[in-house]
Write a protein that binds this ligand. Structure first.
Ligand code: SF4
Ligand code: SF4
Length: 280
């Protein structure tokens, strides 16, 4: 059976917040019985855009990641709900707006922080994938419709097809270690979850510092060669998708005309810009 999934490309998200606002426009003050009670005007962000800034000047990048209910297949909220949270056949999870009344405990049941508490209605609420619209034949939820860069796209396919697609395109889910089997997939998530090691290869010519384009830079860890890059016209290089807190690395930069340099790097929780790598 075909089921709903969402694919979000972190590289394409520009933090315009249209998806968040479109979801608010759909749900604030609007009641969809059986799906969702009205979202309050303030306080809830059913689609929440998280930001990660990496590196140090002049090598800095920023990534924005829309986060929402993952409509997990093994959802802790469904287990905790004891009937108040339902998994539909099409993969969508719905917190029943009648049966979940007063169930503040459900907010804590979600390890992603995707359930919001509506104080006025005494109700836990989440992003419902706009199931009320999909059931009327819409092909996309309001959030994806409103996304100007097409960073967000819903797709209804068989689970086996989705697995193939995820493998083929390197899609990832949030916190896979939780084994909740999310249905929200991310492309280029490394921009948010991983570190980079970067720098600029330079050489001294007549007492003047010159950028060295075309230099070869190797990133090594112990005896392993992690990657090889060529510096661009400004001498810059960047190794991405490095595991945070992965410890010591060695950068070796070389170019036939200018020489060679070696720099030790330690990767902690943040990306590392090593600055100038002076080859001689
Ligand atoms: S993200 Fe949270 S609220 Fe959504 S299905 Fe998973 S556990 Fe439930
Ligand atoms: S609408 Fe699209 S580009 Fe804008 S914040 Fe949402 S996902 Fe990102």
């Amino acid at each position: 059976m075909k089921k709903w999934n969402m694919i979000i490309d972190v590289e394409l998200c520009e933090n315009c917040n249209n998806c968040t606002l479109a979801t608010k426009d759909e749900h604030v003050g609007n009641d969809f019985p059986g799906y969702a009670a009205p979202q309050p005007l303030h306080g809830h962000r059913w689609i929440d855009i998280k930001r990660k800034v990496r590196g140090a000047s002049p090598m800095v990048d920023a990534a924005h990641v829309p986060m929402m209910c993952n409509h997990c297949d093994d959802a802790p909220c469904v287990s905790a709900g004891r009937g108040a949270v339902k998994k539909r056949d099409d993969g969508i999870v719905i917190i029943d707006p009648q049966q979940a009344k007063g169930r503040r405990d459900l907010v804590e049941s979600c390890p992603y922080g995707a359930i919001w508490w509506n104080e006025e209605l005494q109700l836990p609420q989440h992003w419902i994938f706009d199931a009320h619209l999909l059931d009327q034949g819409w092909q996309q939820p309001r959030s994806a419709h409103a996304c100007p860069t097409r960073a967000m796209k819903a797709i209804k396919i068989e689970d086996s097809e989705m697995r193939d697609l995820a493998n083929r395109e390197g899609l990832e889910v949030l916190r896979p270690e939780l084994r909740t089997s999310p249905r929200i997939y991310y492309k280029n998530l490394h921009r948010y979850s991983k570190c980079f090691v970067g720098g600029s290869v330079v050489a001294m010519t007549g007492g003047i510092k010159d950028c060295v384009g075309g230099a070869t830079i190797e990133l090594r860890r112990g005896m392993d060669k992690i990657g090889v890059q060529t510096s661009d016209a400004f001498g810059d290089f960047k190794f991405d998708s490095i595991e945070p807190d992965s410890g010591p690395y060695v950068l070796v930069a070389s170019q036939s005309k200018h020489g060679r340099a070696q720099v030790n790097v330690n990767v902690g929780s943040e990306s590392v810009y090593v600055g100038d790598v002076v080859i001689a």
